[in-house]
Design a protein around this ligand. Structure first.
Ligand code: HEM
Ligand code: FES
Length: 780
């Protein structure tokens, strides 16, 4: 491997003056954090995102000499790696992270062990055709068939301990049920389940763990046996290929496309598939239960309102998922997060750290089952290799949580220390002791409890994310401007937010909702504050807020979200507000002051009496505040203000469209991206309607014709017409939104189809590809 020093390393190595004398493969000195990084130690096992917090904050991409891997910790970098599976090959995903010694290797060889490419570690162009060929059993319709079996197992296992008053949920249920589900899903004959069950853990230690030299031989024997046994089970399946099961489905597909679904794939998947489907889900549920019981108010909330379970599952997978990190091999010199990484390097991408990245998740460490982007987590990976079994896992987790919340709402965590099997990737407590008072079991008083059922949500929508809030106070703070303070009904802490964040408030049951920037102090976690301007031509929203909101009233809200983030590394901030646009700008100014960033505020309004927050801004910011009041004859001159482009300065603006256009014109000669304006939501999914055209789609079988507008995707148009189409990435990467094409001239924009598949034009990715011209109708 040739290793060359990067042209420019973005890390400030002066902070490492005390560092070890070690140098990384790029010639840069290695920091203490990097030198000490040990993913097999207890600190990583207990809390991986916390263990690499220092890296996420200061050295997001670093070389670990102990592991021999580059470690990547931030959300955007990791997502970009998942997105590009040619530069970042998944081929090492199942490679032993700790190379075994000669003796163990000889043992494995004696069993003919040849675990090879499956899906998760297969490169293109072999991977995508195989993924597509094997996808059908994972569609929501197919998964529905497994729901009664999962429910029955969950019921039966809880029956076994419900009258005991305490249980180790892992040993007594969570380890076995997902394994049994996995075996059913794969199609393993009942007689073989017990044997396979015993072997599966050895595979995890062999692949992702660091067995001691004296353990390696025993592990190798177990893995070798597992391999041989998997082969035998596969032979049995081949003898009865019409039996139900994903493996049998693969065996049938092999007849049609032997070069896509190979023998080597089938044997390897027979073994790897059990681990993929079993431990991931068992650990994820154990982690989720631990987290929920550690937050009794949240636990109570989902017990009272099971419709929250689906999103709670996503938030648990984000906050405390069962896959802590994943791996990729760098196939050509690359740059990750500004750090040059030579070809041949191995990457440990710490997805659990990405899931706690403040740049992507508001108050990332806060456990918030109402978080509306919780399902953005990377626990299932992302892009073309994203977990195919994610909806099976979601279904299982939702059913387990539903069973526990319904039958054991009074359960609590017992005093205990948690232990984990040391490995880089799979993570869950080995035991999870809980206890409860059996006299309080709800089914003793009301047997109907046993019958209640919450629908499983495994499609696009991950469930209810809105939060119920109470209006704590309302106050007129300027003419036509109402300040509204909202609290959680049980007074619990709310997520911290960052300047520029907004929330969506629902106007009672009118069906109208409005977005408002948060004002007040982000550190104040007991309430949210917004300022609502009564619009002259209100379409109902602001009018409702001003006339209907009363202290004590319940309202529904979503968020906070932030699409208008402040760059805290800016050298100087020019903060410009027009009218009620002052709300995000005021919190940005307060933050700039607190951080000691140089800043100036320019605040315009038509009448002084209508300008909110003026007095407090004057008090806090003194002569950094410039006020322009129309009726007093003072108007902001943006050409003058921005006449000289200042390097390192950023302009943040919120206000009426006219003001924003003026700023855009006046800042043309500034470096690109200097001007950042508030735009609430992007519903265009990356489409630029100015450059697109609408087109027609005929759905031959159903006899429907649809118009796809220039600002929507085919996927959106199909879904609006109530036609279910799967989708994972919405970026043309994963292949899940494929639709068959009967006729049409298609502009293929995905990364999934091969050149010949494009030319054949028999399928397309509905999330991104379109008709080539407005005239060319597509027939599906
Ligand atoms: C791939 C996690 C459950 C089958 C993956 C990947 C991860 C993952 C991280 C690699 C993604 C990437 O490289 O982008 C999980 C977690 C689960 C879970 C956290 C439970 C909570 C399951 C289940 C199955 C399954 C129940 C059922 C068989 C697969 C398959 C792939 C995969 C087949 C390979 C997809 C491909 O490479 O195209 N999973 N998984 N997983 N998972 Fe899961
Ligand atoms: Fe992933 Fe379309 S290719 S959703």
């Amino acid at each position: 491997m040739t290793v060359s020093a990067p042209a420019r390393c973005p890390i400030d190595h002066s902070q490492f003056t005390q560092a070890t004398a070690q140098k990384g493969p790029t010639g840069c000195p290695i920091s203490h954090g990097a030198a000490d990084f040990n993913p097999f130690g207890d600190a990583y096992q207990q809390d991986p995102p916390e263990y690499v917090r220092w890296a996420r904050e200061q050295e997001p991409v670093f070389f670990s000499p102990q592991l021999g891997y580059w470690v990547v910790t931030r959300f955007d970098d990791i997502k970009a790696i998942f997105r590009d599976n040619l530069t970042f090959s998944p081929s090492i995903a199942l490679e032993k992270i700790t190379p075994t010694g000669d003796e163990a290797n000889a043992v494995l060889a004696s069993y003919g062990f040849a675990l090879n490419r499956t899906l998760v570690n297969e490169d293109e162009p072999a991977h995508m055709p195989r993924r597509r060929a094997l996808m059908e059993p994972f569609t929501p319709e197919e998964l529905k068939h497994h729901e009664p079996m999962v429910r029955e197992l969950a019921r039966e296992y809880v029956d076994r301990f419900i009258n005991d008053g305490s249980a180790d949920l892992v040993d007594q249920m969570l380890w076995e049920v997902p394994l049994t589900v996995a075996m059913h899903f794969l199609g393993v004959p009942k007689d073989d389940m017990d044997t396979l069950r015993q072997y599966s853990i050895a595979h995890t230690v062999n692949t992702w763990g660091r067995p001691k030299p004296e353990e390696q031989v025993a592990v190798a024997h177990a893995v070798g046996n597992f391999w041989q046994y998997a082969g035998k089970v596969l032979d049995k399946m081949r003898a009865d290929p019409e039996a139900p099961g994903w493996m049998q489905y693969g065996i049938r597909k092999q007849r049609e496309m032997p070069e896509v679904v190979t023998d080597s794939y089938l044997h390897s998947m027979m073994m790897a598939g059990i681990v993929a489907a079993h431990e991931t889900t068992a650990n994820a549920t154990a982690n989720a239960m631990k987290l929920l019981l550690q937050h009794p108010k949240v636990w109570r909330e989902i017990c009272e309102d099971p419709s929250l379970i689906a999103n709670a599952v996503e938030e648990c997978l984000r906050h405390n998922g069962s896959v802590a990190a994943w791996r990729r091999l760098v196939t050509q010199d690359a740059v990750i997060g500004g750090q040059a990484i030579p070809a041949g390097s191995k990457l440990l991408i710490v997805t659990s750290s990405a899931n706690h990245d403040e740049q992507h998740f508001v108050d990332a460490d806060f456990f918030d089952i109402h978080r509306d982007n919780a399902s953005d987590h990377l626990t299932f990976g992302y892009g073309s290799h994203q977990c195919m079994g994610k909806n099976l896992a979601r279904m299982e987790m939702q059913i387990f949580l539903e069973e526990f919340t319904r039958r054991l709402p009074h359960m609590r965590l017992s005093e205990q220390e948690f232990s984990y099997v040391p490995n880089t990737s799979f993570r869950g407590p080995e035991h999870l002791w809980v206890q409860w008072d059996t006299a309080q079991n709800p089914e003793r008083k009301d047997p109907a409890v046993l019958q209640a059922q919450q629908a499983v949500r495994i499609g696009e929508s991950s469930g209810s994310v809105s939060r119920s809030m109470v209006v704590a106070s309302t106050e007129q703070i300027a003419q036509g401007v109402l300040r509204v303070r909202l609290k959680a009904p049980d007074g619990r802490d709310l997520p911290r937010w960052t300047p520029g964040s907004h929330i969506d408030l629902q106007c009672g049951d009118t069906g109208i909702s409005r977005q408002y920037s948060l004002c007040g102090s982000p550190e104040q976690t007991d309430s949210f504050e917004v300022a609502v301007l009564r619009e002259e031509h209100s379409r109902g929203g602001s009018e409702w807020m001003h006339t209907q909101l009363q202290p004590g009233m319940r309202v529904q809200m979503r968020g906070p979200r932030n699409h208008f983030k402040l760059d805290e590394s800016a050298g100087h901030l020019i903060l410009v507000a027009g009218g009620i646009g002052i709300t995000p700008i005021a919190s940005m100014a307060a933050r700039a002051k607190a951080l000691g960033i140089s800043y100036e505020i320019h605040y315009s309004g038509s009448q002084r009496a209508r300008m909110a927050l003026l007095k407090s801004l004057q008090e806090l910011h003194g002569d950094r505040l410039h006020v322009y009041v129309g009726e007093e004859g003072r108007r902001a001159d943006y050409s003058d203000l921005l006449a000289i482009a200042k390097t390192g300065a950023q302009i943040y603006a919120c206000g009426p469209q006219r003001m924003l256009q003026g700023l855009e014109q006046a800042s043309r000669h500034w470096p690109e991206d200097s001007l950042r304006v508030e735009h609430f939501s992007s519903t265009l999914g990356g489409l630029d309607p100015a450059k697109e055209h609408g087109f027609e789609v005929e759905l031959r079988e159903s006899g429907i014709t649809l118009q796809v507008r220039k600002d929507e995707t085919l996927l959106d148009a199909l879904r609006s017409a109530n036609i279910d189409v799967e989708c994972d990435c919405r970026e043309g990467l994963c292949g899940s939104c494929e639709v068959p094409v009967l006729a049409g001239d298609i502009d293929h924009r995905d990364m999934v189809l091969t050149r010949s598949e494009r030319a054949a034009c028999t399928k397309m990715m509905s999330c991104c590809s379109r008709a080539r011209t407005a005239e060319s109708k597509i027939v599906l």
